[in-house]
Design a protein around this ligand. Structure first.
Ligand SMILES: Cc1ncc(COP(=O)(O)O)c(C=O)c1O
Length: 456
């Protein structure tokens, strides 16, 4: 517990007895240290990020990176005229990523708040380019659609609703949780602004068949003159595939892949607040989406949804690129993968669970489900693991038409050591043993839980 100043005098004593202000500014302020301690003590009520195996987002960085972040929190990224070196570092990161994703030559892109902003911008660009193509052909531009699988992150549905595009969602199946060319074919027509394919899905960590979909779209272009570009959502996978599966083609080596997003704050190994949108070639970015302004002292181009935002995470991204290099990223990602594989093998040897998509290229995670009804289900296991040891291993149902399938998923990140992996495997076994004795939750309890806890 945070220390008290003097008995009876401290702000903690005051607020412990009274309540922190929650709905209006207090009449007077209070000492800095007290405020910090009070807020910190509230955060003890939150879960511990290191035991949060639900999140894809980085939960540990080394001390020098944290120092760089702390020293640059006051730098507004958008002030390019005032901070030209920071702007130059953004460009370096874009070039490094374009090279990692095998762009054929000089290209462009932007730093974003995360993959969600990058996807909104990338998909808007698909819409703008489609409209230009249709206008040039004298065709109707009122009915744009976007094709993607049910395995996408919710941001793709958000984009369609926010920006008035018809979502054409390829349903999943009971035993197939990614999409391929055959699935996509009947959904694509000349009003399709693009196909979004995922590398490293949120649900099971696998990849859509990007190469197969690319081949289909190349053929469509050659045979029918319909040019449908692809955007690859590599929120997690774009920082994993180059290091785990360098020979798999998912990136700009494929002709129809025109833009890629990546979350720097996931397997880019940076704390929350940085993402990337990278184009295949400069010409792929529609100039109508780029605005010029001069109110920061110099004429500047802006292509973002946010304007002001911190520079610290951008600098942290560059830190990781220089600090780790290709070999370092390979080592870190391969280590995560090795721990994930060991966890998978231990879970599998318990005999109760089926691993999802074992053997296929996958993010460093374990996705698994119960083989049969044991009187308790995956939601019960998630609840029991949280209760017994504070692990956050989410259980959830897959999207339509695989909604009858419930899975558990454990992300394996840099901070998840071999020792923790061993402990988690033991704790899963122990949670199941407890549930075998006490049984699962009653339906009424489950409904109550789902209402109050969005993680369950
Ligand atoms: C496949 C995929 N796309 C997009 C996103 C959204 O990314 P961000 O949290 O960086 O906005 C996520 C987040 O988990 C994701 O898994």
């Amino acid at each position: 517990m945070p220390p008290f100043n003097e008995p009876g005098e401290s702000a903690i004593a005051k607020f412990a007895a009274e309540k922190l202000p929650i709905d209006r500014l207090p009449d007077a302020g209070m000492p800095a240290e007290d405020v910090r301690l009070l807020i910190t003590s509230e955060l003890y009520l939150d879960s511990d990020p290191v035991r949060n195996l639900a999140t894809f987002v980085t939960t540990w960085m080394e001390p020098d990176a944290e120092r760089l972040i702390a020293e640059n929190l006051h730098r507004n990224f958008i002030d390019h005229a005032e901070y030209p070196q920071t702007a130059e570092i953004e460009q370096r990161c874009i070039r490094i990523l374009a090279d990692l994703f095998n762009a054929p030559g000089e290209t462009t892109g932007c730093r974003t708040q995360g993959s969600s902003e990058a996807i909104m911008l990338g998909a808007l660009n698909l819409k703008w380019n489609w409209r230009k193509r249709m206008e040039a052909a004298g065709k109707d531009t009122n009915k744009p659609n976007l094709v993607f699988g049910g395995d996408v992150h919710v941001v793709w549905d958000k984009f369609c609703r926010y920006f008035d595009v018809e979502p054409r969602i390829v349903p999943l199946q009971d035993d197939k949780y990614t999409i391929n060319a055959e699935d996509v074919a009947s959904f694509v027509d000349e009003n399709t602004i693009g196909v979004a394919a995922v590398v490293g899905t949120t649900f099971t960590g696998h990849a859509d068949d990007v190469a197969g979909i690319n081949d289909y779209l190349v053929k469509l272009k050659a045979e029918k003159g319909i040019d449908v570009p692809m955007h690859v959502d590599g929120a997690s996978g774009a920082f994993v595939w180059p290091f785990l599966y360098p020979n798999e083609k998912w990136d700009f080596r494929l002709e129809q892949v025109r833009s890629i997003n990546a979350s720097g704050h996931k397997f880019g190994l940076v704390y929350p607040g940085v993402g990337w949108l990278i184009f295949r070639e400069k010409e792929d970015l529609n100039p109508d989406l780029v605005f010029m302004e001069n109110y920061l002292g110099k004429e500047d181009a802006t292509f973002t949804l946010n304007f002001s935002t911190g520079s610290a995470m951008l600098l942290a991204q560059y830190y990781q690129f220089v600090r780790l290099g290709r070999k370092g990223y390979e080592a870190v990602i391969q280590l995560m993968y090795a721990n994930a594989k060991e966890l998978a093998s231990r879970i599998s040897s318990m005999g109760k669970f089926e691993l999802i998509g074992e053997g296929a290229p996958q993010l460093p995670l374990v996705s698994f489900k119960l083989k049969e009804d044991n009187g308790y289900d995956e939601f019960d296991i998630a609840g029991q693991l949280a209760a017994e040891r504070g692990w956050m291993v989410p259980a959830y149902t897959l999207p339509p038409n695989a909604e009858d399938v419930t899975v558990l998923r454990a992300l394996v990140k840099e901070s998840f050591t071999y020792g923790m992996m061993e402990k988690l495997a033991e704790d899963i076994e122990s949670a199941c043993a407890t549930l075998e004795v006490k049984g699962g939750l009653h339906e009424a309890d489950r409904k109550k839980l789902v209402k109050t806890n969005p993680a369950l």
